[in-house]
Design a protein around this ligand. Sequence first.
Ligand SMILES: C[S@@+](CC[C@H](N)C(=O)[O-])C[C@H]1O[C@@H](n2cnc3c(N)ncnc32)[C@H](O)[C@@H]1O
Length: 235
Amino acid sequence: MFRDVSSCNTYNYGDALYWDSRYIQEAGGAFDWYQRYSSLRPFVRLYVPTSSRVLMVGCGNALISEDMVKDGYEDIMNIDISSVAIDMMRRKYEFVPQLKYMQMDVRDMSFFPDESFDSVIDKGTLDSLMCGTDAPISATRMLGEVSRLLKPGGIYMLITYGDPTARMPHLNRPAYSWNILLYNLPRPDFKRPGGGSSTKSYMEPIPITEKGTLPADFVLEDPDSHFIYVCKKGG
Ligand SMILES: C[S@@+](CC[C@H](N)C(=O)[O-])C[C@H]1O[C@@H](n2cnc3c(N)ncnc32)[C@H](O)[C@@H]1O
């Protein structure tokens, strides 16, 4: 798992060749980064209607799209830079008409016309690009494409390890005019030290400060938790 930028130096997450060789090694396997659909479901169901046309960016060999179809989602386009992952997933889901797979770089999705999707879901893909060379340029290209592809009122849901200090400068560009809500989701197996229970609801958005940071009184209960940014396109 890559939790912080130090692991970027250990693995070439920003490099397509890294992902191809990883998916060759994992042949036929399935792996969901960060969290499974079961724990993300409350957020997905709240913001992404089942009738949405969904784009899953950097799908890898994760089960989230299959789980969403089992939950009623009708139309999910999955893309990944790794042709190994895409070939494998296309074969696996040949008879699932709700799932489509295409090899594509998120930094150039010109195959799709403007405003093609109601929702874009990103679990760990912006994070991968942030490990690559020219990370800020890659992030700007990717997010510009995501913004272009969203319909007015559409949702970009980013599931990431990146806290607002690292992610808000990229998400908050006026060109996108996104209204952003932030959530923090502990790992499903997280246990508080001492075992006490919390009164905190993870479905309660965290107020982001004007500087784009976490509020001073915010307590990160689980250091291995994930952040969910729900970015709604204006208009
Ligand atoms: C951390 S994995 C996450 C996979 C999956 N979303 C999940 O939740 O398990 C990042 C994925 O992004 C893909 N990826 C990396 N750079 C990409 C790019 N420029 N365009 C499209 N996909 C990319 C990788 O091949 C990999 O499958």
